[in-house]
Design a protein around this ligand. Sequence first.
Ligand code: FES
Length: 106
Amino acid sequence: MGWMEVGAAEEFPLGSGREIVVGGQIVAVFHAEDGFWAVDGMCAHQGGPLAQGKLDGHCVTCPWHGWQYDVRSGKHLLTGRPMLTVYRVENRAGRLWIEVPETVEG
Ligand code: FES
């Protein structure tokens, strides 16, 4: 897979998240004060839509039952355990690119 372009940076408003599908993966992209971060779009609890969660700094709160994660590390805030896949994001001249790892087929 590798790096894939996912749209204009201005389509990802500051202080919120947006769900995209890239390389067959549901990914939540967040625009924090210091840049863009991307993790699994589905909550590790019961699959809630993390991109619709409230973003506070680097903390996103799942809209379904309130689990909280650091969008930089994918770690659950209470336990400190990494629970979400983290995707690398780059803003290249106003376009966002996300690195999607190879998936093992079959
Ligand atoms: S599905 Fe996210 S907290 Fe339950």
